[in-house]
Design a protein around this ligand. Structure first.
Ligand code: ADP
Length: 480
């Protein structure tokens, strides 16, 4: 792998943090130190905000075509560098390199899609109630955007925010997760190569609390776009109230996956396998509670258990299906959930333990796990596990499945498997979720509005709706 710049990128320059401090970054597959990264703080965040603020008037007034061309070039370069970006991601995040490349390319697609959408940020002309007037509605970029992103999708969670923000004419300050700074910095190498004007896109890695404080307190930041945990999202929302900053939040989920008696069980099991073990269960749209109709529970459990045996776990640099968990804290939470479930009567059908021996001793590896007989008293039913655990819960009636599925403060992704259209429509209507997969377990598509309701967040990312989150409406009343 070619060397990475590994610094902050502020106002078009690579720079060390003001503190000159660097912190060590570790590979979750081996426990080895990969490199060190700068520890940015409030002063660095302030400089990045100033740069973005200074660049905003120029960038927001470029033509849509000009912005579109920049975005298209970024897309081309990410695609051309996909192998390198994937390797960087696997090193710091752990997911298998093939999966990492898939994420890099999917992330690149946001630049392709928004390079087109940049040209379609249209306004409206509305007839007024007075005949001498026309009401014009323009959509204008909101200003400086702070994008705070998580470690589970180190590349695409940045591109899903930055591409629409730049398309809209906003400038950005990115604060990536401390676990995965290199994937973020590598994207900025590309932004530099395409010659984005200085200050349009800036990155500050380092102390989350300090950087976050500055992003919240600095009135030049007009919008916070966050993907991460619900507690941090609530904090950012609360703190944004002081200056009434706009906020988009993509927070935790607790996805129900409902398999009805008439479902194509093979398709449901395949869909669940992909959904549950993508990124080792560390996604906010992973199935966390699998509701199976009692009449097919035994058959479906056996089918899924058989598929689960085919999953290989190991260092993501090798040809495996699943890598390590991000760190030991994640491992402890996953195992804690399994132990709690077993203590309360669940049965381990497969897995249920930390993997050990050989390479497993150096990383946070957990066996793909299937639990049956799960009930609402267990932690797995109440909290997001964020790991490779599939908890099965039997249900009798449609009403019961819907009631249990909605019995959570979260409302991000949900899934139903049935062959019946009437069941599909009835259940999809009643599920309190932002997204419903119907005989489909993948939901992240560049064209689609990804996002949640209830305590899973606000705002949408992707598609036309995704660019809206970076725009304000301005209404002109034209009297003639
Ligand atoms: P996780 O628990 O999965 O790491 P977090 O919500 O803690 O999820 O992290 C998501 C992102 O939010 C990361 O970039 C993290 O550094 C950032 N973050 C955490 N705490 C704060 C904070 N107080 N202010 C700003 N950003 C924060």
């Amino acid at each position: 792998m070619t060397e990475i710049r590994n610094q902050l990128f502020i106002n078009g320059d690579w720079t060390e943090a003001r503190s000159s401090l660097r912190s060590a970054l570790f590979n979750p597959a081996t426990g080895e130190q990969i490199t060190t990264v700068p520890v940015g703080g409030a002063e660095d965040a302030k400089a990045a905000i100033e740069a973005a603020y200074g660049a905003f008037p120029g960038w927001s007034r470029t033509s849509a075509e000009e912005r579109s061309v920049y975005l298209r070039r970024i897309y081309d370069l990410i695609v051309a560098n996909a192998d390198r970006l994937a390797e960087i991601m696997t090193l710091e995040q752990g997911k298998p390199v093939k999966e990492a490349k898939g994420e890099v390319l999917w992330g690149a697609d946001f630049f392709l899609w928004y390079s087109e959408e940049a040209k379609r940020i249209n306004g409206e002309i509305i007839p007024s109630s007075r005949t001498t007037q026309r009401i014009l509605v323009q959509r204008q970029p909101i200003g400086v955007v702070a994008a705070i992103t998580p470690w589970n999708f180190p590349s695409s969670m940045i591109t899903r925010k930055v591409a629409p923000a730049l398309a809209a004419g906003c400038t950005v300050v990115v604060k990536p997760a401390p676990e995965t700074p290199l994937s973020a910095i590598a994207l900025f190498e590309i932004f530099e190569q395409v010659g984005l004007p200085a200050g349009v896109a800036n990155i500050v890695v380092g102390n989350a609390q300090e950087i976050g404080r500055e992003l919240l307190d600095n009135d030049k930041v007009r919008k916070i776009s966050f993907t991460g945990s619900t507690p941090v999202g609530k904090y950012l929302l609360e703190q944004s109230a002081k200056q009434v900053k706009k906020v988009s939040l993509e927070l935790g989920g607790h996805a129900p996956f409902i398999v009805f008696a008439d479902a194509d069980l093979e398709a449901a099991a395949e869909g669940l396998l992909y959904n549950k073990f993508q990124n080792n269960g560390q996604t906010c749209i992973c199935a966390n509670r699998i509701f199976v109709h009692e009449s097919i529970e035994a058959e479906f459990t056996e089918l899924f258990a058989k598929k689960l045996k085919s999953i290989t776990v190991g260092n993501g640099m090798k040809d495996v299906n699943v890598g390590p968990l991000i760190h030991d804290r994640a491992l402890a939470k996953v195992h804690g959930h399994v132990q709690d479930a077993v203590a309360k009567g669940a049965k381990i059908v497969a897995g249920g333990e930390k993997l050990s021996g050989g390479e497993y001793d150096n990383g946070s590896y957990y066996a793909p796990t299937l639990l049956s007989g799960v009930t609402s008293e267990m932690d797995v039913f109440r909290e997001e596990t964020f790991g490779p655990v599939a908890p099965f819960i039997a249900f009798r009636t449609e009403e019961e499945a819907i009631r249990m599925a909605n019995d959570t403060p979260f409302g991000l992704a949900s899934y139903i498997y049935t062959r019946d259209l009437a069941t599909t429509m009835r259940v999809a209507d009643k599920l309190e979720y932002g997204m419903v997969g119907i005989n489909e377990s993948a939901l992240g598509y560049v064209q689609a509005p990804f996002g949640g309701i209830k305590q899973s967040g606000m705002g949408r990312e992707g598609g036309q709706h995704g660019v809206d989150d970076f725009l304000e409406y301005k209404y002109l009343n034209l009297n003639f």
